[in-house]
Write a protein that binds this ligand. Structure first.
Ligand SMILES: Cc1cc2nc3c(=O)[nH]c(=O)nc-3n(C[C@H](O)[C@H](O)[C@H](O)COP(=O)(O)OP(=O)(O)OC[C@H]3O[C@@H](n4cnc5c(N)ncnc54)[C@H](O)[C@@H]3O)c2cc1C
Length: 405
């Protein structure tokens, strides 16, 4: 029997972990990863908070809830086994007013339904014991949270993929997909790759790849930039771990939080504002094509009318360091504008439906011979080995039952 060829588009963490899981499940198949950049994880997977989540926020039973806690366990096992830097630190979610305080039991209940262990309420005194610089009325302690070096994780996945015979192609931007009765052809400017099955893990461009394959999409990817500041040493010394606000209900973003990263730096962020470029990391980054894509989409305008107030307050955080600082001061009153130095930013790929609603859960779509990972925002980096495993099982089944196409 001819060797089966499986192509993964995108060398972000979801693509790499999917390729890794497929190679584990089907050692006789040829796994090929095609990436447009000069290396792996150049986008979302390296421009993020570096947090290993465990799933306190997600709707029980949702793909996010299932894959987050499973992903947490797979990821920590993998890091331990392969020497990737990580640490389980726990995290605090703090309530600074009465309204937020009312949300804490709801989150605690959710954590229990999602099988998280050891989650407990803390009063103001207990919070001060863990984080003396944080002022809050009460909070939730989530022991199953950590920090990790996602770039090291990606490097290790690439290394293991190559050792086991996978082929990784960089500088190869997928420009077209041709589906015939017997095969799929993935076309880049330089090469055509024949495949039995293809998995689209193109992140910010996952909708474009799905359109190339002829999928009728009910959503479009809208890019949201998130900006970070680093705390100068004096302020950073006052923060021990991870401190999050109670998230705004109805938004998939977690709010500006404080994260002591694996390199020891403490970051504040990210906010969430519309990006006028899908891979635009600088303030003011602009692409006509991407902007037109967003502005010509009715779903975008419907979303805007629903989130006007929040959108404006996030925009203010970008335009004014004072406003950003105030968001941090809500939890850490002693922080000043001078304590914050601008740092990296990331761009989230968020799928928005035609009716303007945000796709909250992970979204996997199918077309002949293909699986499209169409919405994989946070916590998809944490969940990558679990998402990858689910996809690998489906691909294996399709290949074994000869229904790949
Ligand atoms: C600001 C921010 C903070 C976050 N914090 C966390 C966190 O702390 N913990 C967590 O678990 N998650 C976090 N996330 C989410 C997490 O980073 C993403 O969910 C995850 O990285 C998605 O991985 P991916 O592989 O789907 O996408 P990406 O990492 O974006 O990878 C997609 C890849 O596809 C490639 N590609 C695109 N188009 C083509 C094409 N035509 N041809 C070939 N290749 C193509 C891209 O170049 C890219 O390498 C955060 C995200 C952001 C933006």
């Amino acid at each position: 029997m001819a060797q089966k060829k499986i192509v993964v588009i995108g060398a972000g963490l979801v693509g790499l972990a999917t390729a890794y899981r497929m190679q584990e499940a089907m050692p006789d198949a040829k796994v090929i990863v095609i990436e447009k950049e000069d290396g792996s994880v150049r986008h979302q997977s390296s421009h993020n908070s570096g947090v290993i989540h465990s799933g306190v926020y997600y709707q029980p039973g949702s793909l996010k809830a299932q894959n987050c806690i499973a992903g947490y366990h797979y990821l920590t096992e993998f890091c331990q086994q392969h020497g990737v830097d990580f640490r389980i630190t726990g995290k605090l979610i703090v309530a600074v007013n009465e309204e937020e305080e009312r949300q804490l039991p709801v989150l605690q209940q959710r954590a229990a339904e999602n099988d998280l262990q050891g989650v407990r309420m803390l009063n103001a005194r207990e919070i001060a014991e863990k984080e003396p610089a944080i002022q809050a009325r009460s909070g939730l302690w989530i022991p199953q949270t950590g920090i990790v070096d996602f770039v090291q994780l990606a490097d290790k996945l690439c290394e293991l993929l190559r050792v086991k015979g996978a082929e990784l192609y960089f500088h190869q931007e997928v420009e077209d997909i041709v589906v015939t009765k017997t095969s799929l052809y993935i076309q880049t400017r330089y090469q055509s790759f024949e495949a039995d099955m293809v998995v689209n893990c193109a992140g910010l461009y996952s909708d474009k790849i799905a359109l190339m394959a002829g999928v009728h999409l009910g959503h479009r990817i809208i890019p949201f930039r998130g900006e970070y500041f680093i705390l100068r040493k004096k302020a950073a010394q006052k923060i021990n771990g991870l401190v999050y606000p109670v998230p705004h209900s109805g938004l998939p973003f977690l709010g500006v939080h404080l994260t002591r990263r694996i390199n020891g730096e403490v970051e504040a962020g990210p906010n969430a504002i519309l990006s006028l470029k899908r891979e635009g990391y600088q303030r003011g980054a602009f692409s006509w094509k991407d902007t037109w894509d967003t502005l010509s989409y009715a779903g975008f305008w419907k979303m805007v009318s629903g989130f006007k107030k929040i959108g404006f307050s996030e925009w203010k955080k970008t335009m004014s360091k004072t406003v950003f600082t105030k968001a941090v001061q809500k939890m850490m009153p002693s922080v000043t504008e001078d304590d914050l130095t601008p740092a990296m930013s990331g761009v989230r790929a968020q799928a928005i439906r035609k009716d303007g609603s945000l796709v909250d859960d992970f979204l996997l779509l199918r077309s002949p011979g293909m699986i499209h990972v169409c919405n994989a925002p946070s916590p998809a980096a944490t969940s990558c080995l679990s998402i990858g495993q689910t996809i690998a099982q489906e691909v294996e089944k399709a290949i074994n039952s000869r229904t790949a196409l």
